[in-house]
Design a protein around this ligand. Structure first.
Ligand code: CA
Length: 234
């Protein structure tokens, strides 16, 4: 399956970098643009599956960009999530009235934003995101948040589920403990590197019984990855 494409429209460079980094880690194909005037050209070049659209932009405002995208037949259905600053309550309402599918208030937590992206994408186009991840005898049903191995219900906690889903969405990719903390736990939570090790340990205990092969690879000095040779596909 081709990676779903996300267009990030944001003039603050650190935020643009943060969004690109985290969306790419989720397996999205990410393009970014800083100026409202350039959005239509980018959208015409390649139709994104989703647009993250900042409210206050140089050139056309996010609101105007949203209006234009909604007014054209070819782009009308592209899901849009607005990024607004705190305190822009009235603007937020206007943003939704203009046709944004959802909005996120800055500063936002990355896991929260990723969850919104997934949920808006699922609503708009159920085929674009794999709802079920399968690798060998492990199956994740992402809609029902249910995980099984050889038909054995794994009863994962929400965090364990997010951790396994995150690893399984990018088989073979090595994530550092910091990256996992950012995307699975978010910056707000009171956790440290040990937390990741503890949860991976717990996840392994639940996943692997008897002679089961361990699908999670420890990369010494770096972090963890889901073994791509385990038969992962998504
Ligand atoms: Ca801005």
């Amino acid at each position: 399956m081709m990676a779903p494409s996300v267009l990030v429209v944001e003039d603050e460079e650190p935020l643009r970098i943060l969004l690109r980094y985290n969306l790419e880690a989720e397996g999205f194909d990410v393009r970014t643009v800083a100026d409202g005037d350039e959005v239509e050209t980018m959208v015409d070049e390649r139709r994104p599956e989703l647009i993250l659209l900042d409210w206050m932009l140089p050139g056309l405002s996010g609101l105007e960009v949203c209006r234009r995208i909604r007014s054209k037949k070819d782009t009308r259905d592209i899901p849009i999530i607005m990024l607004t600053a705190r305190g822009e309550e009235t603007e937020r309402v206007r943003g939704l009235a203009t046709g944004a599918d959802d909005y996120v208030v800055k500063p936002f937590s990355v896991p929260e934003l990723i969850a919104r992206v997934h949920s808006v994408l699922r609503r708009a186009n159920p085929d674009v995101l794999a709802q079920t991840l399968e690798a060998g005898d492990i199956v994740l049903d992402c809609l029902r948040q249910r995980a099984t191995r050889k038909d054995r219900d794994l009863n994962l906690s929400p965090t364990e589920f997010r951790l396994l889903e995150h690893l399984m969405r990018s088989p073979g990719r090595v994530f550092t403990r910091d990256q996992l903390l950012d995307t699975v736990w978010g910056q707000d939570s009171f956790v440290d590197d040990r937390t990741v090790d503890v949860h991976v340990g717990r996840l392994r205990k639940i996943l692997n019984r008897g002679r089961d092969r361990d699908p999670i690879r420890t990369v010494r000095g770096t972090g963890y990855s889901f073994d791509e040779r385990f038969g992962a596909k998504c």
